[in-house]
Unconditional design. Structure first.
Length: 231
């Protein structure tokens, strides 16, 4: 993965208020740490950072040029997003050096098509691997081509680029191939689903009625209190 050059500036405001003002200014609050150095608070340009993550993924390597004259290499360690606005709220970045080995989580993509009438269960969609900080792959691939029901793919079956090593047990399940339910099996489950839905609806009605009844004594008590007050 090639590195992305990005500018940054030191942050002097901290806390929720400072972070909000940073985001309103079109920047992402971030913290740089690692190698025993004191954490450094910086602000990254939102558009450039978002574009880099969309293209390179969560393990995109950044060459950061800070306005105080500091130049560093860093990898995202934790990224906080706003699920509604789909914006970046905060980023933790870990300092790395060229030639340094790092352990990161990399997405696993399944390739090919399993045998007909099967379903794929993706048990783990990321794997922990160790690689050169400047050569972290943006994804890994595991083939399910032609696999029959009852087959499985483990971490040891995943294709690894040169210089990349697994950091997990090779027997860790990545995907499993199961038989797809037949039309008869699906029809057989329909009555059970309908019955469960009816029971849930009945319980909802009972709870609602019980809640209305429970409110009545409180209302009566309030009336009695008003009567005593007038007396």
């Amino acid at each position: 993965m090639s590195e992305v050059k990005i500018s940054a500036e030191p942050r002097t405001e901290f806390g929720k208020g400072g972070a909000r003002r940073t985001r309103r200014a079109g920047k992402v609050p971030a913290v740089l740490y690692g190698h025993g150095e004191k954490p450094k608070h910086i602000a990254l340009p939102s558009r450039e950072f978002a574009a880099a993550i969309r293209k390179g993924g969560a393990n995109q390597l950044f060459a950061i040029d800070i306005t105080d004259g500091t130049q560093v290499l860093a990898l995202p360690k934790a990224i906080q997003r706003d699920p509604i606005r789909d914006t970046f709220e905060h980023v933790d970045l870990i300092l790395v050096r060229r030639g340094e080995k790092v352990t990161v989580e990399v997405p696993v993509q399944l390739t090919g098509e399993a045998a007909r009438d099967t379903l794929i269960v993706h048990d783990h969609d990321t794997l922990s691997v160790t690689a050169d900080a400047t050569k972290v792959p943006d994804h890994l691939e595991a083939s399910i081509e032609g696999l029959e029901a009852g087959s499985s793919v483990t971490a040891g079956d995943v294709e690894l680029p040169s210089g990349v090593e697994l950091a997990v047990d090779p027997t860790l399940p990545v995907a499993a191939v199961t038989a797809a339910p037949t039309a008869e099996q699906l029809e057989a489950t329909l009555p059970e689903v309908e019955e469960a839905t009816e029971e849930a609806d009945a319980e909802t009605v009972e709870v609602t009625e019980g809640s209305e009844g429970a409110d009545a004594p409180a209302a009566e008590g309030a009336e009695n209190t008003e009567a005593r007050t007038e007396a």
